[in-house]
Design a protein around this ligand. Structure first.
Ligand code: MG
Ligand code: FE
Length: 172
């Protein structure tokens, strides 16, 4: 295997991983949004990020197609099943909204790491279009991570206030 084809092979592997990650993101975000009832600001930001996530999937599809590769169906399925499990596990905790926001923050940071790696790998392989696509996605993940971090205190206060009040639901 030549040096450059090994670089492209790694790039394709990591693009497939990112594709599976975005499938997982879509499942998780949609589950969170559909269950949220009392936290409209969080729900609206999640809905915005669902739209961004669908755009990211399209960009990754385009990168894989240009490299004559297809997404990994097995990894995509595995991610969806894991995300379903995470979504379902929220149903059993009384602080679902807090656990969900924390999990979201962790997930966004994983995405930041993945696209930072992909940008470097695309540069190394000389694939400018993949580099540009990932440079377009990365700030969306950084913005979502920053929004969650910034709003965790106020979300916690809202949760605690609802939890302390007699006739309100705090959970979601
Ligand atoms: Mg994403
Ligand atoms: Fe994201």
């Amino acid at each position: 295997m030549t040096d450059s084809s090994a670089k492209v092979d790694n790039l394709v592997d990591w693009l497939r991983d990112a594709h599976a990650m975005e499938q997982q993101a879509e499942t998780m975000l949609k589950a969170q949004s559909s269950r949220l009832e009392n936290y409209p600001k969080l729900k609206a930001r999640i809905d915005q990020h669902i739209e961004e996530t669908l755009g990211q999937q399209k960009l990754l599809d385009g990168c894989l197609a240009r490299l004559n590769a297809s997404p990994s169906t097995i990894k995509d399925m595995g991610g969806k099943i894991m995300a379903f499990g995470q979504g379902a596990s929220g149903m059993f905790v009384s602080d679902e909204v807090i656990k969900g926001a924390m999990a979201g923050y962790v997930f966004e940071n994983m995405e930041i790491a993945a696209y930072t790696v992909l940008i470097a790998a695309a540069k190394a392989a000389g694939d400018l279009e993949t580099q540009r696509a990932c440079e377009q996605i990365l700030p969306q993940e950084e913005a979502m991570a920053a929004w969650l971090k910034e709003h965790l205190p106020e979300l916690t206060q809202a949760y605690l206030a609802r939890d302390a009040a007699p006739d309100t639901t705090a959970k979601r």
